[in-house]
Design a protein around this ligand. Structure first.
Ligand code: FE2
Ligand code: FE2
Length: 190
């Protein structure tokens, strides 16, 4: 499928606003990839498809995960908003025919991160947060940082997420902690 075909199919699966967000994330991911000398086409497709499983209801997320043989951990079962990452990777493969493992991995981990994230994974995670319609406090600083230092921006984004989740009494996914810790370890080894 080319970009236009993907957008047309996504339009059948996502609400209008979610589709517009996906298109903005595609453009932000493409820009970040250009700045950081990463494959722009892969970044664009991963950005476009990152929320392809976001249109499913809570029970559909569970049902479809079962169908694809995804093992859901307890935290994902409690916070079902996390499931559209791993499920999205399967849907991107099954419905959109994406076979590139870098793209699928960037989709899979855009909700909770993972240890030792690669460039494409960081780009999609950050593009989701800094796309032009995002307005949270500190977003401009995060945009500037993401254009200069991907790992620094990821650390900031993960710290923000962890603090926000703790403030509302939520569960921190272990992947998010591992993502944060691995950046600090990698930076100190430079
Ligand atoms: Fe998402
Ligand atoms: Fe998103």
């Amino acid at each position: 499928m080319n970009e236009r075909q993907i957008i047309n199919r996504l339009a059948e699966m996502l609400e209008y606003e979610r589709l517009q967000h996906s298109i903005r994330v595609m453009e932000s991911a493409r820009s970040l990839a250009r700045l950081h000398h990463t494959d722009e086409d892969k970044a664009a497709i991963a950005g476009l498809l990152h929320d392809c499983a976001k249109g499913f209801s809570g029970s559909e997320l569970i049902e479809r995960s079962k169908e694809y043989g995804i093992e859901l951990d307890q935290i994902s079962l409690c916070q079902r908003g996390l499931i559209h990452g791993p499920l999205g990777a399967r849907v991107a493969n099954d419905i959109f025919g994406i076979e590139d493992m870098d793209i699928l991995s960037a989709i899979e981990y855009h909700t909770y991160g993972k240890k030792d994230m690669g460039f494409l994974e960081m780009i999609v995670y950050l593009a989701d947060l800094i796309e032009p319609a995002r307005t949270f406090e500190g977003v401009d600083e995060l945009r500037d940082l993401a254009s200069e230092d991907l790992q620094g921006a990821m650390l900031k984004a993960l710290d923000n997420t962890i603090k926000r989740v703790i403030a509302r009494g939520g569960l921190i996914h272990p992947n998010t902690l591992e993502a944060r810790n691995s950046i600090i370890i990698n930076k100190s080894n430079l």
